[in-house]
Design a protein around this ligand. Structure first.
Ligand code: B12
Length: 659
């Protein structure tokens, strides 16, 4: 009797067919990279590649996402700084127009090997830099870090538009076919279009060309420049679509790292979905499966993703790592036949420090109970296996799928998300202000107008209105305390409850900062105290900075003096900066379970240096919680930027009382 291959089996699951059992396809690349680098691979896997390990274990190959750090020659990775890769998973390659003069240098900078690249064009020059630090290698990171983005200011738009608008995208079918052959029948060789798995030209700009936080400000401030660049990138995207539709492939990864905070629903709907749908129409006509990689929070994106012509959601990471439960994902995506989940096991359940064996077994019990009949489900880790994962747990999960994953699974109970919950995450409720002047208003109305200016992020109006009030003899302290600060409290609450998203917070914080600059001389002369001094940074080995930047903005916006140490900050560096700046509060951010222990190291080092007693330490980041904060000896924890301000203010009050 002919046996069905892994590839045929996975394709059948994606078509929604009732196969024998739920396939278990773990992703171990990060874990493998780290252990290979450290020389700590388990004995039985020593000297083996990821593919060899999968094949020896009888697992299908996990080839959903490209391997960004496995290129044939260093040149294939040169243009990473402008979001372009030349990898085996790419059926297209690219060539710049002859008037673009490219200058590359590779050198060691602060222990990291950095590639600096300049693009000289007839309309100007842009530069970018990327590389890998030793800590990143040790943690197994599979993609290099962009230290300097090419799109820094308004003047860079036309240069990048020139580069992308005149670029030629060409087929590289031979290289891709070799990759397909390597995967063979052992899995699905998922192809990739241009760049980093971006769904649309605007997604490409957000994810590849600029600082993630700056994006929201530019998107608001420079709509025309942004539109011009979108048009240029779209020309390259259209060429790549043409080429992809001529390739021999089963599936393409079209949109990755969506998250309802960063790629919030309104942004996704207006600027991502139309192009994703277009790509889906073109490629589905050729029988290509559309794969997405929504590895973050998806509550607000659930129906938008199903409505985008996507077939597979890879790296789905449910509760307890994110808000949405596995049964809710299954109910909304798989049961009605919209999409196949590839993922579903939150990787924190693989870590002894984050969860018990019992937590994992409870999760598995619930999974089998609630995802009946179990079709359209390919089990894997949410994203990937962390280096410190307990390998026995991976074996345990595989064992349970083998024994209990026979299809159809018996019907169980499930508890779908209410439509009201979803709607509230989608709403953008900030009201629009009028263009009235405050000169003729009564006190309450005038201060309410100031509050509205901050809430709406009206940086120009706040300056006009605050100046009018100062001219009328209002005290700067009242404008600040009764007009501006209440707005930051409101925006913090709205962000916490999911009714506003990152751009609103950043724009409000900017209006607040501008207003504060205006009031500063008056506040100084009236002896009104500003908040304390806060030193904030993301710990060593961790490059996630969006959340940390939001805390920076909110803290600045509420009157704290903030020194931003950036990302990947070593313990030694933090101690030095504490010595130099003498902050009241040190804030540490970590998004990776592997970098969380750095927080303890920093706190211990501050104690050893005799600096700990003079300040408070607060910690945060998605995997951090109060229990962890207590465990590492932090003074406090905040689960979002709004709460961070509340906690910081509390500490300042306490410290003042004790002074
Ligand atoms: C965007 C993203 C990326 C981007 C980062 C872009 C950037 N400039 O930051 C990119 C694509 C580069 C990336 C890379 C990687 N990522 Co990533 N990433 C994410 C994602 C999808 C969203 C993170 C985010 O910005 N959220 C939005 C912000 C607003 O939320 P936040 O960071 O939680 O911050 C809020 C609070 O936590 C709090 N807060 C944050 N900091 C602080 C600090 C203080 C003092 C306080 C009080 C509060 C506070 O306030 C913030 C605002 O409210 C998460 C998924 C997730 N669920 O978190 C994965 C995730 C964090 N990434 C993950 C992984 C594995 C990686 C990689 C290792 C992937 C790889 N194969 O190489 C690399 C790591 C590189 C490195 N060495 O750091 C995993 C981590 C798993 C784990 N437990 O360790 C996650 C959870 C994805 C997953 N489902 O598994 N990632």
């Amino acid at each position: 009797m002919a046996t069905i291959t892994h590839r045929e089996n996975l394709l059948a699951v994606i078509r929604g067919e009732m196969v024998d059992q739920i396939p278990w396809v773990p992703r171990i690349d990060l874990w493998h990279n780290a252990h290979q680098h450290r020389g700590t691979l388990p004995k039985k896997f020593e000297g083996m590649t990821v593919e060899e390990i999968h094949r020896s274990m009888g697992w299908a190959l996990h080839k959903m996402a490209p391997e960004y750090s496995r290129f044939d020659t260093p040149e294939d990775n040169y243009h990473r700084g402008i979001g372009l890769f030349d990898l085996k998973e790419h059926p297209c390659t690219f060539e710049f127009s002859s008037d673009v003069d490219i200058r590359v240098s590779v050198k060691e900078e602060e222990g990291a090997e950095m590639t600096r690249i300049e693009y000289h064009t007839p309309v100007g020059m842009v530069s970018a830099a990327h590389g890998s630090t030793p800590e990143m290698k040790n943690a197994g990171a599979s993609i290099s870090w962009v230290k300097e983005h090419p799109l820094k200011g308004r003047e860079d738009y036309k240069v990048l538009a020139h580069i992308f608008g005149n670029m030629t995208v060409k087929p590289s079918y031979e290289r891709f076919n070799k990759f397909r052959e390597m995967v063979g029948e052992d899995g699905i060789a998922v192809a990739q279009g241009l760049g980093l798995g971006c769904g649309s030209p605007l997604h490409f700009i957000q994810k590849s060309l600029m600082d993630a936080t700056e994006f929201y400000i530019h998107h608001n401030d420079y709509p025309n420049e942004m539109a011009e660049l979108v048009e240029a990138v779209e020309l390259a995207y259209d060429q790549s679509l043409d080429i992809l539709s001529g390739a021999q492939m089963d599936a393409v990864l079209w949109v990755s790292n969506v998250d309802d905070m960063i790629t919030y629903p309104d942004l996704y709907k207006k600027h991502f979905q139309p192009y994703i749908r277009k790509a889906s129409e073109v490629l589905k006509e050729k029988g290509v499966i559309m794969v997405s990689h929504p590895d973050g929070e998806n509550q607000g994106l659930m129906s938008l993703l199903t409505d985008s012509g996507l077939d597979v959601a890879d790296a789905v990471t449910p509760w307890p790592m994110t808000k949405v439960k596995i049964e809710d994902y299954y109910d909304q995506w798989c049961r009605p036949g919209h999409m196949t989940i590839h993922g579903g096991i939150p990787e924190m359940l693989l870590l002894e420090k984050s969860s018990t064996r019992e937590d994992l077994s409870d999760f598995m019990d619930n999974l089998f109970k609630t995802i009946s009949p179990g079709t359209r489900f390919i089990a894997s880790m949410g994203d990937t296996t962390p280096p410190d994962a307990d390998f026995d747990r991976i074996m345990y999960i595989g064992d349970r799928f083998e024994k209990e994953g026979k299809l159809p699974l018996a019907a169980g109970s499930y508890n779908p998300l209410s439509s009201a919950d979803l709607e509230s995450a989608r709403q953008m409720v900030t009201p629009k202000s009028t263009e009235e002047t405050v000169a003729d208003m009564n006190v309450e109305a005038a201060l309410a107008q100031i509050t509205a200016d901050v809430l709406e992020g009206e940086e120009e109006d706040i300056l006009v209105h605050a100046q009018e009030l100062l001219d009328q003899g209002f005290s700067a302290a009242d404008i600040l305390n009764k007009g501006m600060l209440p707005a930051m409290d409101v925006i913090g609450e709205r962000f916490s409850d999911g009714t506003v998203f990152i751009p609103e917070v950043l724009l409000s914080a900017r209006a607040m900062n501008d207003g504060l600059d205006l009031l500063e001389p008056y506040l100084a002369s009236s002896n009104v105290k500003r908040g304390g001094r806060v030193l904030l940074g993301t710990v060593l080995g961790d490059l996630h900075d969006i959340g940390k930047n939001m805390v920076v903005s909110m803290m600045k916006g509420t009157g704290f003096e903030v020194i931003d140490m950036g990302v990947n900050v070593s313990t030694v560096n933090i101690v030095e900066q504490v010595r130099e700046h003498r902050p009241d509060i040190v804030g540490l951010s970590a998004l990776l379970t592997t970098t969380m222990p750095q927080m303890k190291e920093v706190i211990d080092a501050l104690s050893e240096a005799g600096l700990r007693d003079d300040l408070k330490v607060i910690v945060g980041g998605a995997p951090v919680n109060q229990m962890f904060a207590d465990h590492v000896g932090a003074d406090g924890y905040a689960h979002d930027a709004g709460e961070a301000v509340v906690v910081a203010k509390q500490y300042m009050e306490e410290m003042e009382q004790h002074a």
